[in-house]
Ligand binder design. Structure first.
Ligand SMILES: NC(=O)c1ccc[n+]([C@@H]2O[C@H](COP(=O)([O-])OP(=O)(O)OC[C@H]3O[C@@H](n4cnc5c(N)ncnc54)[C@H](OP(=O)(O)O)[C@@H]3O)[C@@H](O)[C@H]2O)c1
Length: 170
């Protein structure tokens, strides 16, 4: 039987709160999990109040939140903090594509030089150290290898603070 490992609700019908249609969709996803058609459930492009509502009202809680992780939104801090509290895996996307200007600032390139790594590797390592699962959208084999080569170094406390306090364009 074909089975989908991770089934993610891409977006809700409204920016805040969950509508009847959203709940109906989640119930169908729960049924699909019950039937063994899909494995773990997740939700994407979601706001903090929506995850709280889902955690309270769902029969099967989300395993994943998949969100844009923008420097200008403090790396989606409120959401990844909630995910840690609720034991939900935070999957970060747009780490590179959404933060291009912030990632060419000298303080970021200096961190990369210090570790003899590239800026994308520093950002993926940073995301890991915040407890996130970093996603890459690369179509390039060497970039994929690079993304996987982040387990032989750690960032210092000061480097993490520097990255946490980066300011992106508004
Ligand atoms: N839930 C949603 O609504 C949603 C929306 C968008 C994306 N996603 C998912 O999120 C994941 C990440 O997608 P993303 O668009 O956020 O990816 P991303 O990695 O932030 O951006 C992809 C871009 O960055 C470049 N890139 C990647 N690694 C690089 C490296 N080491 N050095 C230089 N450039 C690099 C890629 O070019 P190359 O191809 O040349 O490496 C591509 O132009 C994907 O799995 C995607 O399916 C989810």
């Amino acid at each position: 039987m074909t089975r989908i490992d991770s089934y993610v609700l891409h977006g809700q019908t409204q920016p805040s709160g969950l509508s009847e249609a959203d709940w109906e969709t989640w119930r169908v996803m729960e049924d699909a999990a019950d039937e063994g058609l899909v494995g773990l459930l997740g939700i994407s492009n979601v706001a903090v109040d929506q995850v709280k509502a889902l955690v309270c009202g769902a029969r099967i809680r989300p395993t994943f939140v998949q969100n844009r992780c923008f420097v200008r939104a403090s790396w989606d801090r409120d959401m990844y903090t909630l995910c840690q509290k609720e034991n939900i895996v935070y999957q970060a996307f747009a780490l590179l594509s959404g933060n291009r200007q912030a990632l060419v600032t000298p303080c970021v390139t200096e961190i990369a030089h210090h570790h003899n790594k590239t800026v994308p590797q520093v950002i993926y390592r940073f995301a890991l150290e915040l407890g996130m699962v970093p996603l890459t959208g690369t179509t390039d084999v060497s970039h994929m290898r690079e993304a996987l080569d982040i387990f032989d170094f750690t960032l210092t406390h000061n480097e993490i603070e520097t990255l946490l306090t980066l300011r992106g364009p508004h």
